[in-house]
Design a protein around this ligand. Sequence first.
Ligand SMILES: C[S@@+](CC[C@H](N)C(=O)[O-])C[C@H]1O[C@@H](n2cnc3c(N)ncnc32)[C@H](O)[C@@H]1O
Length: 329
Amino acid sequence: MNRNKHLPLGLPVPLAAVVPKEKAQEMLNMLKKKKLIDTRYKVVREGDLVYIPVKEVVDDLKVVERELPPREVREDLRTCLERRLGRGDWPRSFSIIGDIAIISINDEILLKYADHIAECIMKSQKNVKSVWGKLGTEGPHRTAKLVHLGGERRSETLYKEHGLLFKVDVARVYVNPSLANEHSSVASLIREGEEVLDMFAGVGFFAIHIASRKRTKVVAVDINPNAVRLMIDNLTLNKLKGEVIPVLGDAGEVAKFFKDKSFDVIIMNLPHSAVKFLDEARRLARRMIVLYAVGTEEEIKEKFGKYKYTKVIDYAPYKGIWRIEIPSK
Ligand SMILES: C[S@@+](CC[C@H](N)C(=O)[O-])C[C@H]1O[C@@H](n2cnc3c(N)ncnc32)[C@H](O)[C@@H]1O
C-alpha cells in the first residue's frame, strides 16, 4: 500500500480495518490489546460497517486506506502553561474528583495565574467543569482549604469509586481518591453477617463498600454534619445488601454510649489521632480493629510491630499512612 498520501493537516491518510458492526467491539478490544489502534484518528461507523484506524495491515482483517476524522489532541497542563506563560516550574499534576479538579498550590504565587491554570486544566480534561487550588488540609473535619481558580464555582460533585457512587463536597468533607483501593480492600476483610463500627466514616466510603458486598450492619459515625448529610444521600445512590446506620457525633462519646453492645470489626481512619480512641475501641471489638496511623516505617514498627501493618499511601517525605490490623484477644 502506498503510504505517502497526506491529509491537509499533515497526517498520513490512515489505514482502517473494516469490520461488521456486530463484531466491532470484539475487534476493538483485540486491536487495543495488541496496541494496533492508531489513536490519532476516530473510529467511524457507516451503515453496517465500522472503520477502525490501525497502525499497520492486520492479518485476517480487511484493511483499506481511507480518510478518518483526526482525534482532538489535548495539551497537558504543563505544555499549555509554557505556551501561554513561558518556561517555568509549572505544576504538572492535579487530582480529579467527579467533574472537579483539585491542584495543590504549595506556592501562593501560583494564584496569580489562577485563570490560566484553570483554563489549561479544563482544556486538557474535557469532563472537568470546576477547578480549585488546595492550600492544605485543616481542622478536625480534615477538610481541604480550597480557593476557586476557575470554571463553575461549585464544590459538590458525584464521584465514582469501584462502581459505587458518592456525592461529595470537596470543600466541606474529607475525600481522597487515593484511598479508593483501601476502601475496597478493607471491605473484603469483612465477613457475611458481621457488625462493624466505622468511627470516622466521612461520607460513608468504607460503610458503603462493605454494605454493597455483604449482608452486614455498619454503624457509621462522623462528627462533621456535612459528611453525615452526604452519607445519607449516598445510601440511596447505591444498591446495598447490608444496612448502614449513619450517626452524627464524636466517636469517643458514641462509643461510650454502647454499654452492652460490641462489634466484630472497628474501623478507625483518623490517622493523626485515632490512637486516642483505641482503649474505647478495644472494649467494643469482638474480632479486629482496623487502625490507621501516620509515621515512618520505623515508628510504625516500634509502636505496632507485633501486628500486621501495611502502607496505604505516602504522606510526607519518608512518612506514610499505614493500616494496622489489631486482632481482639
Ligand atoms: C481521614 S477522614 C476519613 C473519612 C473516611 N473514612 C474516608 O476513608 O475517606 C476522618 C474523618 O473523621 C471525622 N472525625 C474527626 N474527628 C472525629 C471524632 N472525634 N468523631 C467522629 N468523627 C471524627 C472527620 O470529620 C473526617 O470525616
